[in-house]
Design a protein around this ligand. Structure first.
Ligand SMILES: [Fe+2]
Length: 304
């Protein structure tokens, strides 16, 4: 029938123990060493030792064997190989070397989040009591893996692999890349142009903006050097965000209120222009958001 979600990502890091400590603190549950679960998505992150940080594998969930057959045919048409059995298909995106595994797996659904109230002039939703978000004191726990963003030195070819080959739908297509989905989420994968291949960020969905703020605040309260950018709201996708940096240099984003596309025919991407497309409102974007601290290493590897 269709692709329906991201399943698990594998991220390579030079120091697995340090990265694992970060993601435990970020709110993921480590159910085996280096393997993490979200509250509604099951196992969604594996850390592997690697000489340089990067996304090693992207897992995608599909409904049935017809989906795997369709992907195998589409990749063949593009001149790309795939290996498949009755339950999974494996391929490699040729520009970035990213391994893709599409698995037939049941759909998951997160329990409906608590409806939070919001007072405004002329509209009282909550009287005689404080806001729900200010009374929370439990640790923030991401509900599911929302999306990943990667840079590719030939982003058009990488985007084609995911749209024409794997079957992602394009939600927004700014000049610098594409925001693509394999579910009703506005984007599960963003591919941007880059001087080399690198993982820009992984993004983890929490219930609401209070959870984004509580999570980001706790992470930089423990170590201010983790702060990258936030709290803010993207225009593309509409989501609230706060980006943090893990010990390997990967950005990890808390996300809430991402757009959902339930009817592709009814969705018209706005004509975004200028920096507002990335930043509806937020503190100024730090340079490292566009050029991560280890970009020199990425470029060095290209030149060597
Ligand atoms: Fe993001």
């Amino acid at each position: 029938m269709a692709l329906h979600r991201l399943t698990t990502i594998t991220v390579g890091v030079p120091d697995v123990a340090a990265a694992a400590a970060f993601y435990r603190e970020f709110g993921l549950a480590e159910h085996a060493p280096g393997t993490f679960e979200t509250s509604a998505g099951g196992e969604q992150l594996r850390l592997l030792p690697a000489t340089r940080r990067g996304l090693v594998e992207l897992g995608i969930g599909a409904d049935d064997p017809d989906d795997l057959a369709r992907i195998a045919r589409a990749l063949d048409k593009l001149g790309m190989a795939a290996s498949a059995d009755g339950t999974a298909l494996q391929a490699v995106e040729p520009v970035t070397g990213l391994a893709i595994t599409v698995t037939i797996t049941p759909r998951t659904s997160a329990p409906a989040a608590e409806r939070v109230t919001c007072n405004a002039p002329g509209r009282i939703e909550r009287a005689n009591r404080p806001a729900e978000g200010v009374l929370r004191n439990d640790p923030v726990r991401p509900i599911k893996l929302s999306h990943v963003a990667i840079a590719s030195p030939d982003h058009e070819a990488t985007i084609r692999f995911f749209t024409d080959g794997i079957g992602f739908a394009v939600s927004d297509r700014p000049a610098f890349g594409a925001f693509m989905r394999c579910s009703e989420d506005h984007h599960n994968l963003a591919v941007q142009m880059g001087p080399g291949t690198f993982l820009h960020h992984t993004a983890w969905e929490v219930a609401d903006v209070d959870e984004v703020g509580r999570g980001g605040g706790a992470m930089i309260g423990a170590d201010p050097a983790r702060h990258v950018w936030g709290l803010g709201r993207h225009a593309i996708g509409s989501n609230f965000f706060w980006y943090l940096c893990d010990p390997a240099g990967n950005f990890a984003e808390y996300v809430s209120d991402l757009d959902r596309i339930t009817d592709a025919g009814a969705y018209e991407p706005p004509m975004w222009a200028g920096p507002q497309m990335v930043r509806a409102w937020a503190p100024p974007m730090p340079p490292e958001f566009l050029a991560p601290r280890d970009l020199g290493e990425v470029l060095g590897e290209l030149l060597s």
